[in-house]
Design a binder for this molecule. Structure first.
Ligand code: MSP
Length: 518
């Protein structure tokens, strides 16, 4: 019998030279919400993140810190592990490109590319931007602020002239275009797909895939003078972590091809052009999807170290709370677009959507049950159309959210969840259970039951996004730990009348501005 359906998703591996910032937390958070959703939905999930530790950029940072690159990367890689732990991310593995398993995978990919005639020895002369770890054609350069030529990203460039191995990327143009045509959802969002396709249609040049002018990297098999180009090394991590070079009974055949590489828009070209070409060149399958998300600005300004406005995710969480930050980042902007972080917008979401809409709904209902139903799940009578409409909307959410998350539409998934939260609030106002208490206590019990059951479904589905608060709501509804996956969403698992409920407590605190001068 076939096992559970598997889902393999990855974050980019982060350059260790930088301190973890909101960009890193954002990419990993989106993957974390998706990984949690898929696990609850019965998938065998593998969620990978890690650090990109080779190359000139990291070597230079180590030199600047006055320590050798291995000691440097050992130290700074830990910051990314610590961030993942602090943020409660549920990654199943954390890969470092300095690990032995990764060296073996890179060298094997290289050997396969070489054997298949995809790599040849030549010499490179051209521009290189260490900050981007990318080669640029003269025609791509733009004028920098001081009049010198810089990369389109603004990164300084240097002239490089050295012997180099090349990957025959030029030969992959048509095959890549055919691949994009046949797999219309390979690159999302669609606007990014169009950009990539016009880039490829513009013609591809062979890509320099080795360097000889520094040492910090993986040696080319059979030619130790060359270090593999850091992007070939880095991209290969996605296969390393699932056991490549493959064995028949290992993880590789189970998890490859990856379902999703989540990346920022700045690194889409590497993932959507070079990576599928490397893989197909080595006789391996390309991944199923690359999704490019947008960038955050801070109160309307581009985030940069020189402006001193880098957002530390740890500070954010300490100030607003983990669930709140998770919710804001996934709800505030259509996933794929750029977004602006502002205190006002954050507080608006935190107090409006979370505290007022969801928090009050739960608090009102649970305290009415505590006061009027002896703190037990109420017994319920015949259901009206209004009751059925609300419950039906809640039960329909599972499928709707699943479809939205399969397109990485996190913002729409949350909006869809909130439509039902608002519907439930409107139902409370319409049914006015506080009035029914005297007039028709049986009907009051039914109304509160319908609401409690709706909250159960909402809380189950909210777990991937606001795991802390959703867990507390489920505790307050006495839903046992092993009844919290999505197989328990249906009406057949509805709350049992008579179950004793713990004392209700608020789960979404409001942000209260400190008094001026306080
Ligand atoms: N090491 C490469 C990736 C190799 S993957 C095989 C790399 N590392 S990085 O540390 O620079 O990556 C940072 C990630 O954070 C990228 O996905 C990037 O898009 C993202 N962000 C960096 N700044 C960002 C914002 N201001 N906003 C959102 N994401 C941003 O690239």
């Amino acid at each position: 019998m076939a096992g559970p359906k598997r889902y393999y998703l990855t974050t980019p591996i982060y350059y260790v030279n930088d301190a973890p910032h909101i960009g890193h937390a954002y990419t990993t958070l989106a993957c974390d919400a998706l990984a949690r959703f898929k696990r609850l939905d019965g998938f065998d999930v593998k969620f990978l993140t890690g650090t990109d530790e080779h190359g000139q950029k990291v070597e230079k940072s180590a030199q600047a810190a006055g320590i050798d690159p291995q000691a440097f990367t050992d130290k700074v890689s830990q910051n990314f592990r610590d961030l993942a732990a602090f943020m409660g991310f549920t990654n199943d593995d954390f890969i470092r490109t300095t690990e032995a398993r990764h060296k073996a995978a890179c060298q094997e990919i290289w050997r396969r590319l070489r054997e298949r005639g995809e790599i040849y020895l030549g010499s490179y002369s051209g521009w290189y931007a260490v900050r981007d770890e990318a080669y640029y054609a003269e025609s791509e350069l733009v004028d920098g602020p001081d009049g010198s030529k810089v990369a389109p990203s603004g990164a300084p460039v240097e002239w490089v002239e050295e012997p180099s191995y090349f990957f025959r990327l030029s030969a992959w143009q048509d095959k890549l275009l055919t691949f994009y045509e046949e797999n219309p959802d390979f690159i999302l969002p669609k606007t990014r797909r169009n950009e990539v396709m016009s880039f490829v249609k513009g013609g591809l040049q062979d890509l320099s895939v080795s360097r000889t002018s520094f040492k910090w990297g993986i040696p080319v098999p059979g030619d130790d003078d060359h270090i593999m180009y850091v992007w070939l090394d880095a991209l290969t991590n996605y296969t390393t972590a699932v056991g490549f070079p493959e064995t028949e009974e290992g993880e590789f055949p189970t998890y490859w091809p990856a379902d999703l590489h989540m990346v920022g828009k700045d690194i889409l070209r590497f993932h959507a052009v070079y990576w599928p070409a490397f893989l197909m060149g080595a006789g391996l399958e390309p991944p199923m999807r690359v999704f490019a998300h947008g960038w955050w600005t801070n109160e309307g300004q581009k985030i940069s170290k020189s402006l001193g406005n880098v957002i530390d995710p740890i500070d954010l969480v300490n100030r607003y709370g983990l669930d709140q930050v998770r919710y804001f980042l996934l709800r505030e902007v259509p996933f794929g677009n750029d977004g602006d972080f502002s205190h006002t917008a954050m507080v608006h979401r935190m107090n409006g959507d979370l505290a007022n809409d969801f928090g009050n709904l739960a608090q009102r209902v649970l305290s009415m049950i505590a006061k009027n139903c002896g703190g037990n799940v109420p017994a319920h009578g015949a259901r009206t159309d209004d009751d059925r409409a609300l419950l039906g909307a809640a039960y329909d959410l599972h499928r709707a959210l699943g479809e939205l998350l399969d397109r990485q539409a996190f913002h729409e998934a949350l909006e869809t969840l909130w439509v039902v939260i608002r519907q439930a609030n409107a139902y409370v106002d319409r049914q006015a259970p506080w009035k029914l208490r005297k007039e028709d206590p049986d009907r009051m019990a039914t109304v509160l039951y319908v609401l409690a059951e709706t909250i159960r479904v909402l809380a189950l589905l909210a777990q991937p996004f606001v795991p802390g608060a959703a867990g507390k709501l489920l505790d307050q509804l006495a839903v046992s730990e092993n009844h919290r996956d999505f197989s328990f969403l249906g009406a057949e698992h509805e709350l049992s009348p008579g179950t004793a409920l713990p004392k209700p407590q608020g789960v979404f605190p409001r942000f209260v501005e400190a008094e001026e001068g306080a």
